[in-house]
Design a binder for this molecule. Sequence first.
Ligand code: SF4
Length: 318
Amino acid sequence: MNESPKTSILKAHDLKKHYTLKAIFGSEQKLKALNGVSFALGERQTLAVVGESGHGKSTLARQLMGLETPDSGSITLQGRPLSSYSKKELQSLVQMIFQDPYSSLNPRKKAWEIVAEPLRINTSLSGKQCLTKALEAMEMVGLHSGMGHRFPHMFSGGQRQRLGIARALVQRPKVLICDEPVSALDVSIQAQVLNLLGRLKEEFSLSYIFISHDLHVVRHLADRVAVIYLGKIVEEGDAEEVFDSPLHPYTEALIRSAPSFYEKSRFKPMRGSPPSPVSPPPGCPFHPRCPLAEARCSKEVPGLELKGSDRRIRCFLV
Ligand code: SF4
């Protein structure tokens, strides 16, 4: 069992991020992308953040990378506020792997130049030193250094994602934010990239935030899981426990609606569509889709309660 971390490398406390949207006739609406998210990522841990699209996962990734600042709440990295790091310092410690390996690679640059880019921007290494380190990083992810002079279109989808991983690793960061890193790949290639990420985590003592809508993907890699719905964590705990005995109705529905988990007889599609984050339902935001909803669920908002030593659930019935 993976307990919530005692030595955290990355911590988020009560993060809120609301965007103002302008409607056609000039009125404004608030999109509550993150609505009080807290978690701690332990050293060498993988925390999976799962949920359907549009529930705040990518907003969270941008906050953790320092690309956007939260409206309120705090993020600390190695015990220091994220905002106290310079851009260069932050990039040497935290890097991101993107969903679409092709659009994140400059098509006019050679593979080694793409991988070396963080070194060129953030360090004073010479061109020759950058080349050497980039080719080393390519070898680390299983790409032959002889491929360094090829352009991105000459690589397969899986190889392009490996290039993205090499670029993220070239400065030897401590934390990788993986934003749906295999969802654009064929299933057979997904397994290879996930195995690679698992190996690299051990080899370089990395910590991962692994963002995904696909529980099947997350199950093989995660130590802990945080399930997010409309910008709030609804369940968080040890990955094995969450998968084996989900307590929140949304977690259970997510697991059952991932066909690769259960035999066909147990597959059950999720009820209804996700509500808009611009006008979330009152009370428990999951109540219009929840098979267990009671009268109070549409009026009162459940808090995130501790259950046992390190499981957190946001539901009146648990
Ligand atoms: Fe379902 Fe009510 Fe629990 Fe929300 S609080 S998940 S609506 S039972």
